[in-house]
Design a protein around this ligand. Structure first.
Ligand code: DGL
Length: 267
């Protein structure tokens, strides 16, 4: 069981920011990553469709043999977690982790004023999943903002410069005006925009990355279940599967994850 890979699911390439954070903490672990690139992006899709697409791909991922499933996509985490827990955790004994609760928890711990901002895709913001997770804490006020232009910009490799800065100003000024002291980067792609987001929000606003917080949860969950792959195990082997074109994934994947992406297979 300890030698099985961690299953990581995302709509496409963005979940590799979560994979990067996991490997930074757990370099001996093996990943089985699946990106639903045939249907990416999920962000502009209706919530019911995101839920159906995500469960369809995750059904296939868990049958390949994984010791844990990480739903790295915020849009999918926003709508598919109860069903995924029912199917894989209750039904098959595979622990299911997601990206929203870990980030919400960190944001609540970080914020001094209780004014918390959340940015994400349209699907994530429309679902109100972050508001649900954050507002269980008394005294918290949540300001949310969908940033639909961010994902295409990152995927074109535009993470600095006037175009992305103009988009950041347009999306973030209203959030800043609410006086937030903490901003949740509620999308897989946004860690690659931390520079411009921090520049626009100002240094007094703390950015919380759902990728980093989820990776901490993965460590905790594996350690608590005695499922950590031993440091003495042979070198880890990762697999990257996509439902769409392998070439375009491979090109972007190096930017998101790094040299660990050797080959990409289609599912
Ligand atoms: N992975 C998605 C998320 O974190 C962003 C890309 C998409 O819209 O599919 O919400």
């Amino acid at each position: 069981m300890r030698d099985l890979p961690i299953g990581v699911f995302d709509s496409g390439v963005g979940g590799l920011t979560v994979a990067r954070s996991i490997l930074n903490r757990l370099p001996q672990e093996q990943l089985l990553y699946v990106g639903d690139t045939a249907h990416s992006p999920y962000g502009p899709r209706p919530l019911a469709q995101v839920r159906r697409l995500a469960l369809d791909v995750m059904d296939r991922l868990v049958t390949d043999g994984v010791k844990m499933l990480v739903i790295a996509c915020n849009s999918a985490s926003a709508v598919a977690v109860p069903d995924a827990r029912e199917r894989y955790e209750v039904g098959m004994g595979i622990p299911v982790l997601e990206v929203i609760r870990p980030a919400a928890r960190r944001a609540v711990m970080t914020s001094k004023s209780g004014r918390i901002g959340v940015i994400g895709t349209e699907a994530t913001i429309d679902s109100r999943a972050y508001e649900d997770a954050l507002s269980v804490t008394p005294g918290v006020t949540v300001t949310t903002q969908a940033c639909p232009d961010f994902v295409p910009l990152v995927e074109q490799g535009i993470t600095t410069g006037p175009e992305v800065q103009a988009a950041a100003l347009r999306y973030l000024e209203p959030v800043k005006e609410q006086g937030v002291d903490t901003l949740v980067l509620g999308c897989t792609h946004y860690p690659l925009l931390s520079g411009v987001i921090s520049y626009v929000m100002g240094e007094e606003v703390t950015l919380v990355s759902s990728a980093t917080e989820t990776a901490n949860d993965v460590y905790r969950a594996l350690a608590a279940r005695d499922l950590l792959r031993p440091a003495t195990a042979p070198n880890p082997q990762h697999r990257f599967l996509v439902t769409g074109d392998t070439g375009s994934f491979q090109a972007l994947a190096r930017r998101f994850l790094g040299p660990e992406v050797q080959g990409v297979e289609s599912v």
